[in-house]
Design a protein around this ligand. Structure first.
Ligand SMILES: NC(=O)c1ccc[n+]([C@@H]2O[C@H](COP(=O)([O-])OP(=O)(O)OC[C@H]3O[C@@H](n4cnc5c(N)ncnc54)[C@H](OP(=O)(O)O)[C@@H]3O)[C@@H](O)[C@H]2O)c1
Length: 385
């Protein structure tokens, strides 16, 4: 069993969710990946606050002591710019894989952080930074081989979408719908970053960097929020067979990458028109693949911690694979290290028979099974939902 110690920076909504998810999936991670995660240190502001599943002796408020010598991976879930930026830098410079869900940090300092990661050849995972549990970062990073992405369009902010949906469905005023979002836990006490469009703009910067390979400064995004939307405007749009959504869009126009966030009317048959309440969705258009729609819960402890855990597994060289029901034979390739004695890239061959799968891990170059290959024990197939 490989034991991996995490320096957890931040233990609030997402950090706490990660602690719970690690606990709940402990047995599965051990049996399926051969990895056991534990906490090395936990950085917080308030030592007195109760944190289930965290040994109080691991808590610290000191940023300079947040990444102890024995930490093997760093997970940044603080939010904001500092000390998040310095600590992610510190992790990468020490050669430690890092994971962050911090879109504000990436939108502002993405280029320098990815340069630092690439200089030390360590992974920097950021699936949780855009659309919580929707694996859009993985899809854009590796799923569209050979495609030229033409546009990325999304409903990226669950708070705004919840507010607009309630205003339209229940004829609520903006203030009443926002109050309902806050009461339901879908909006912060200070919701300005969300409703003024900046949260969506930061996510769009990250998505467009992935899709187009170019970091557009946040200040170059044209941003309008939803404060001035009225129930009358929504009703009028509906009479014309349209709905209003806060749409974030990135596309090339005349050779230039244009990023825009603002309320946009969509025809009822538009793929994003049906995205309601706190849901997020991203529509990607590639020249070969056509249109792809990714949709799901874009925030919250469970969905975001799921994305963080996927990065965590990949970051420490134990990527989590899932097979689709239609798979009868599949080869999944990984570019990162697999556990065991070899450091070369690995190949995982799930060999399926009815409801069972046997996983062979092989070294790509030698085509020999790795020392930790688990070729004997059949396990139930896991399905992507
Ligand atoms: N919430 C979501 O649904 C969601 C979804 C996607 C991405 N994200 C991103 O995930 C990150 C974390 O969000 P969250 O909602 O979990 O935030 P949160 O609930 O406010 O938690 C932040 C945590 O970081 C700690 N912290 C903040 N600043 C600190 C400092 N200067 N020194 C020491 N500790 C500090 C806080 O300590 P205390 O507990 O002592 O206050 C808290 O534990 C953000 O980047 C956010 O954008 C969140």
């Amino acid at each position: 069993m490989r034991r991996v110690r995490i320096a957890l920076l931040g233990c609030g909504t997402v950090g706490g969710g990660l602690v719970r998810l690690l606990e709940r999936s402990r047995a599965r991670l051990a049996s399926e990946l051969g990895v056991e995660f534990s906490l090395a240190r936990v950085l917080v502001r308030d030592l007195a606050r109760r944190r289930d599943g965290v040994d109080p002796s691991l808590l610290t408020t000191r940023a300079d002591a947040a990444i102890p010598e024995d930490a093997e991976v760093v997970v940044e879930l603080l939010g904001g710019i500092e000390p998040a930026r310095s600590l992610v830098h510190e992790a990468l410079e020490r050669g430690l894989p890092a994971v962050t869900a911090n879109k504000a940090l990436l939108a502002r300092h993405g280029p320098e952080l990815f340069a630092a990661a690439s200089a030390r050849d360590v992974p920097l995972g950021f699936e949780g930074s855009v659309c919580g549990g929707v694996p859009i970062v993985r899809a854009l990073r590796g799923g569209l081989a050979g495609n030229r992405v033409e546009s990325v369009t999304g409903v990226l902010n669950g708070t705004c979408n919840y507010v607009l949906t309630r205003m339209e469905r229940d004829a609520l005023s903006f203030a009443a719908a926002l109050g309902a979002a806050q009461a339901a836990g879908f909006a912060e006490a200070d919701p300005s970053l969300d409703i003024d469009g900046w949260d969506a703009a930061q996510k769009l910067v990250v998505l467009s960097a992935l899709a187009f390979g170019e970091w557009v400064p946040e200040s170059d995004v044209r941003v309008r929020g939803i404060r001035d939307v009225t129930p009358e405007r929504l009703a009028e749009a509906r009479r014309r067979g349209r709905v209003l959504r806060l749409v974030a869009a990135a596309e090339r126009r005349a050779g230039r990458l244009a990023l825009e966030v603002g309320p946009r009317e969509l025809a009822l048959d538009h793929p994003l028109a049906a995205v309601a309440m706190e849901q997020n969705a991203v529509l990607v258009r590639g020249d070969e693949v056509g249109e792809l729609l990714f949709q799901g819960r874009g925030a919250g402890a469970g969905p975001t911690a799921t994305a963080v855990l996927a990065d965590l597994c990949e970051g420490v060289g134990a990527p989590y694979f899932a097979l689709t029901r239609s798979t009868s034979f599949a080869i999944a390739r990984t570019d990162s290290k697999l556990s065991g004695s070899t450091s070369s890239s690995g190949i995982v061959i799930p060999n399926c028979s009815s409801q069972n799968v046997t996983v062979f891990k092989m070294d790509i170059e030698s085509r020999r099974p790795l020392a930790n290959s688990e070729s004997s024990a059949p396990r139930p197939l896991r399905f992507l939902s």
